[in-house]
Design a protein around this ligand. Structure first.
Ligand SMILES: NC(=O)c1ccc[n+]([C@@H]2O[C@H](COP(=O)([O-])OP(=O)(O)OC[C@H]3O[C@@H](n4cnc5c(N)ncnc54)[C@H](O)[C@@H]3O)[C@@H](O)[C@H]2O)c1
Length: 294
């Protein structure tokens, strides 16, 4: 099988990631079905996509005809069987819980044709942990999109020891067809690459701050001025949610038992205080009365 045989794509889970991945697929010319167990999530997904695509048309990023054709190729359902039965490629983007993903993959394996590739968009769960519930480990892989998928041009395609080269090639070619840069990870590793790099940077930033080497605002300033980063590590933690990094670090620590992977005390204090970043009005910076000052 090759990418030429991929006509129908199913995206499972219509949350922050899934609805935009489905739109990318439809824009790429694939017949796409977006499935979610929650009807409201599907309605919200279509509303948001209509707004977004109208915006693209108004800005000249998309023609009216391209918009119309893409929506013709996109449909929704609450039934996983209906979504999977004709799919050549499935991308799962349900909640980040291993047991839920395994349940979804069990059903996908049951309903999808035997040639269908099943990919997970998980941020951290490696595909071999999910593949064991299926009878097609050679067709299971990770396709890790970045938030928001309609903007971010990168997909980490992750291979397990059992994933076939053919499946990898199709995933990489699919990325190309939807205008995204697919990057292959030859071996599985917790957190993949982008998030590991990010963890390393933010953990070091927190270490330097917690041990009194510099104020967090000055660490952000150095990252921006000296390294050319668009935003400092503390600003980034506030944007993505301090709790998100905290729980990801906890998961990593559970897996490695390495004390250096344990979340720092100052981060734990922020989480306990409910100071989670922009979403709560306060994190490292206070957004209730001021925006980032430097
Ligand atoms: N949000 C991010 O920044 C981001 C980035 C990269 C990857 N991811 C990964 O993408 C996946 C989805 O994340 P999200 O942020 O879109 O989550 P989300 O909570 O916004 O959406 C999850 C959706 O899955 C649906 N769902 C739950 N169980 C289901 C089931 N059994 N069948 C079908 N649908 C089901 C929910 O109704 C919800 O609409 C996660 O694995 C996450 O790790 C998230």
């Amino acid at each position: 099988m090759s990418i030429e045989n991929v006509k129908n794509v199913a995206v499972i889970g219509a949350g922050s990631m899934g609805h935009q991945i489905a739109m990318l697929s439809a824009l790429g010319g694939f017949e796409t079905v977006l499935q979610d167990i929650n009807e409201k999530a599907l309605e919200k997904a279509i509303d948001m996509l209509e707004q977004r695509m109208n915006d693209w048309v108004n800005k000249g990023k998309l023609s009216e005809e391209q918009r119309r054709l893409a929506f013709q190729k996109l449909r929704t359902t609450t039934e996983i069987k209906e979504a999977a039965q004709d799919a050549d490629l499935v991308i799962e983007a349900v909640v980040e819980k291993l047991d839920v993903k395994r349940e979804v993959f069990k059903l996908l394996d049951q309903y999808a044709p035997s040639h269908t590739i099943l990919a997970s968009n998980s941020s951290s769960i490696v595909n071999s942990k999910i593949a064991t519930v299926t009878n097609r480990p050679e067709k299971i892989l990770n396709m890790h999109f970045f938030f928001p998928p309609l903007v971010m041009d990168c997909v980490e395609v992750v291979k397990s020891e059992e994933t076939s080269d053919e499946s990898v090639q199709i995933a990489m070619d699919f990325c190309k067809k939807i205008g995204r840069t697919g990057v292959l990870l030859e071996k599985e590793i917790y957190g993949f690459i982008a998030n590991r790099l990010l963890f390393a940077l933010s953990n070091e930033a927190v270490y330097l701050y917690e041990n009194g080497y510099a104020d967090f605002k000055d660490i952000d300033l150095i990252a921006k001025k000296a390294l050319g980063h668009p935003m400092g590590p503390f600003e980034l933690m506030d944007l993505s949610g301090i709790d998100v990094g905290y729980y990801a670090n906890m998961e990593l620590y559970k897996e490695t038992q390495d004390p250096k992977d344990r979340p720092a005390k100052c981060v734990e204090e922020k989480v306990k205080a409910g100071e989670l970043g922009r979403k709560t009005g306060k994190g490292w910076y206070d957004y209730r009365k001021e925006v980032i000052s430097r």
